[in-house]
Ligand binder design. Structure first.
Ligand SMILES: [Zn+2]
Length: 86
């Protein structure tokens, strides 16, 4: 979630719709930076549902390890195949 001013600059209404990082940056004409994001819990850097790109924009320094955390989360929740009967 970005600040209202950033959202408005992208031509979006307050509480209206969603944009991916790429579309939002295209509309803004620049890369998102940590100060663009609110302190809403969804912006928590430990949120496993964010993409590597989103995490990199919220991090003071881009950290590729955050993308790996997302992958590890997916692997952890992926249903396992049932064990073969004997
Ligand atoms: Zn998009």
């Amino acid at each position: 979630m970005v600040h209202d001013a950033v959202w408005a600059r992208a031509g979006m209404y307050s509480d209206g719709g969603f944009l991916c990082v790429g579309c939002l940056e295209k509309r803004l004409g620049r890369t998102l930076r940590p100060s663009d994001f609110t302190d809403a819990p969804i912006n928590d850097l430990d949120n496993p549902w964010q993409t590597e790109r989103l995490a990199s924009r919220k991090s003071p320094q881009p950290n590729p390890a955050r993308g790996r955390a997302v992958l590890e989360h997916w692997r952890a929740i992926k249903p396992r195949r049932a064990a073969k009967p004997h």
